[in-house]
Design a protein around this ligand. Structure first.
Ligand code: ATP
Ligand code: MG
Length: 392
């Protein structure tokens, strides 16, 4: 019996003339993730991608787990290939579903007949196959409204397929179809979620992280690298830029009023992120900020941060509660890592009384009391790059 994976497109199916471009990117993204899982054959027809194991080396369970996290996929299912005749469809259905049907109470059959030349119409397929299965598995009853198991028969151009489970895909648009952006990635809960959310809209992510040794440890940096690695399942390959930030933070501490430490630090982070973005072709910045979460995330503080930005800043969590953010971080499996104890450069030299409603003119004046430019250039120059891959 031949088993394969059927992948159904989501939003891509609505893309009209551009559909092929989106489809190509999605297929490439899937292929990249399956690289180490054996050999598979790919074919496409009627807004469905068919992924068939080419030989015994192919790990179909592993492939399903990977494909579930690829953006652009609305749903996927494992299915059994049948010849396009009713006898084979019945025989294969019984054999393929013998692990599930004996243990269910209710079921129904649905049929999709893409090949209109097939001699039986959909209602007829449902009735006849339903009858065969009822006879074979006496434990079953038909329930068309709320069945435990839905057996689906698809009659396509080359073959028929039978399957009984529909797995929800990650949705969204294929990563890379919307261009690139730079994610400011800290070790906290929020920023990995922000990266995941923008990747879902087809944005290819690079990540930038600021370290301040010896105030922040190697362990804290490794934690962020682990987070970066974890989100590659969704985001694809990620270039990770690590910026030495100590001298800038020490200069802020020495030359600026304490109440503006954090806001000036954030403006410098944005400045450095933009310079690396320009070099790397990233068209926007992404942060994990949410209005009111901390002093540097009041509207006034965000306005002061944005004043140094020449490219758009995407803040997908801006209107979300922490509980909603945590829910997503659990789903994408970053929560456990994010909540390990760590230091972040944001917690170095934290002002006792940060200004919650900073005025831009005051912040600019405070920042202009020192020429940060040489230190900014030095930090950019000494930034280290590491690439995290999604095919690991
Ligand atoms: P997170 O949970 O993502 O750390 P947070 O609630 O702790 O966010 P802040 O520490 O104020 O908030 O940081 C706000 C945003 O600034 C983060 O979501 C992240 O995008 C960015 N950021 C903070 N610290 C760093 C860092 N060390 N390196 C890179 N980006 C950072
Ligand atoms: Mg943080």
């Amino acid at each position: 019996m031949k088993e394969l994976i059927l992948v159904k497109y989501g939003e891509i199916a609505l893309k009209g003339l551009n559909k092929n471009t989106f489809e190509d990117i999605m297929v490439k993204n899937i292929k990249r993730r399956l690289k180490k899982l054996g050999r598979f054959n790919f074919s496409r027809a009627q807004s469905t991608l068919y992924i068939e194991p080419a030989d015994e080396t192919a790990d179909i369970n592993g492939a399903v787990e990977k494909i579930k996290k690829v953006f652009g996929v609305a749903a996927l299912c494992r299915a059994c290939t049948c010849e396009k005749n009713f006898e084979d469809i019945c025989a294969k259905s019984i054999e393929y579903l013998e692990d599930v049907l004996p243990y269910a109470k209710t079921f129904k059959v649905t049929a999709k007949r893409a090949d209109k030349a097939f001699p039986m119409k959909s209602p007829e397929i449902c009735m006849e196959l339903g009858g065969v299965l009822l006879e074979k598995f006496p434990n079953l009853q038909v329930d068309v409204k709320n069945p435990e198991i839905t057996v689906t028969v698809e009659i396509r151009d080359t073959n028929a397929f039978v399957h009984a489970e529909n797995i929800k895909g990650a949705g969204g648009l294929p990563v890379g179809s919307s261009g690139s952006a730079m994610l400011l990635l800290s070790g906290g809960i929020d920023s990995p979620v922000a990266g995941y959310m923008m990747a879902k809209r087809g944005i290819h992510i690079s990540a930038i992280h600021y370290v301040s040794p010896p105030y922040t440890s190697e362990r804290a940096r490794l934690k962020v690298e682990t987070l970066c690695e974890k989100i590659t399942d969704y985001c694809g390959n990620i270039s990770f830029f690590c910026v030495p930030f100590t001298e800038l933070q020490e200069a802020i501490k020495e030359h600026c009023p304490e109440e503006f430490f954090t806001i000036i630090m954030r403006r410098l982070m944005m400045e450095i992120a933009q310079r690396i973005s320009e070099r790397e072709g990233c068209l926007a910045l992404i942060t994990g900020e949410s209005v009111g979460q901390v002093a540097s995330q009041t509207m006034a503080a965000i306005a002061c941060t944005d004043a140094v930005c020449r490219i758009p800043v995407f803040r997908p969590l801006i209107g979300m509660d922490k509980t909603e953010i945590i829910e997503i971080s659990r789903k994408i499996d970053t929560f456990e890592t994010s909540t390990l104890p760590y230091e972040d450069c944001c917690t170095v030299f934290t002002p006792r009384h940060p200004k919650v409603r900073p005025q831009l003119a005051d912040v600019e004046k405070a920042q202009n009391s020192f020429d940060f430019e040489p230190l900014i250039c030095k930090a950019v120059e000494n930034t280290e790059l590491k690439v995290f891959r999604c095919d690991g």
